[in-house]
Design a protein around this ligand. Structure first.
Ligand SMILES: [Zn+2]
Length: 270
């Protein structure tokens, strides 16, 4: 599932493809359920003739402010398997392409979405589509204090809280595990029981995990342009109980936290 680094990678790809500045000339929505607001027909009409001004991101939501009259922002959530590509109209589309938005320069914005969990909105304000989210984990507003506040009084496992968008927006299963691994914190520790030092270590772990992932995607984009990869292994902990922890050599452990597969080192993470 695309997490924050994958969605940010998508955003950076779209910027490099020159999507901002392009005008959408139409829309072919082949799976109406993807459109959450307004209707598929209204969205199809509503994006036509409008210029994409920017490619923004908040958590796992991609937001495209549009020029001209009508609802101001086109919003995309990639869901479980979604990919957003800009390709020449002459290029054979991926068979899993669900929605196509022709652009005024002979290219198309294509939403490839095999499992159809992606979502689209065309709304006046992002508040109509986005849930309550924490500050961006790499922003200055995301601090030891805000994280500690989110954990205060919570007996739930720290990993479970890291998966909540209101605690650490954009973090998903993989980067929650990686952050806890880098911080040396056991995923099942009750969140409220973490000391201030541990919360600080966790914040550092989140920062390091995300920055490392951004770096992997940035290098891959340069290497593989114009066909940048959209899913890479960007974490350092092995997700395999037969593989040793890179720090101590102990085999990794696997448990489930809130039904999510969780890998950790029983020796390094306490
Ligand atoms: Zn270890």
């Amino acid at each position: 599932m695309p997490e924050l680094p994958e969605v940010e990678n998508t955003r950076r790809n779209l910027v490099r493809f020159g999507l901002p500045g392009c005008t959408i000339t139409g829309a072919d929505i082949t799976w109406a359920n993807t459109v959450k607001k307004p209707s598929a027909a209204e969205l199809t009409e509503g994006v036509k003739g409008r210029t994409i001004q920017e490619a923004r991101r908040k958590g796992k939501f991609l937001m495209f402010p549009l020029s001209g009259a009508g609802p101001e922002t086109f919003i995309v959530h990639l869901g479980m398997t979604g990919r957003l590509l800009v390709q020449p109209a002459s290029q054979e589309p991926d068979p899993m392409t669900r929605h196509t938005f022709p652009l005024d320069d002979g290219r198309e914005l294509r939403f490839v979405d095999g499992r159809k969990f992606g979502k689209l909105w065309l709304v006046d304000s992002p508040d109509e589509a986005l849930p309550k989210m924490s500050p961006e984990p790499l922003d200055d507003e995301f601090t030891v204090e805000t994280l500690a506040e989110s954990f205060a009084g919570k007996k739930a496992p720290v990993k479970a809280l890291l998966l909540e968008q209101s605690v650490a927006c954009g973090l998903g299963n993989l980067y929650a595990d990686e952050s806890l691994y880098l911080a040396g914190i056991h995923p099942e520790r009750p969140a409220a029981g973490l000391s201030t030092d541990e919360v600080a270590r966790l914040l550092q772990g989140i920062t390091d995990a995300l920055n490392a992932a951004y770096g992997v995607y940035d290098r891959a984009r340069d290497q593989h342009w114009p066909d940048p990869p959209t899913a890479l292994t960007t974490w350092s902990h092995p997700r395999d109980v037969n593989s040793p922890c890179p720090n101590c050599g102990t085999n990794m452990s696997a448990i489930r936290v809130r039904a999510r597969g969780t890998y950790f080192c029983g020796k390094c993470q306490v």
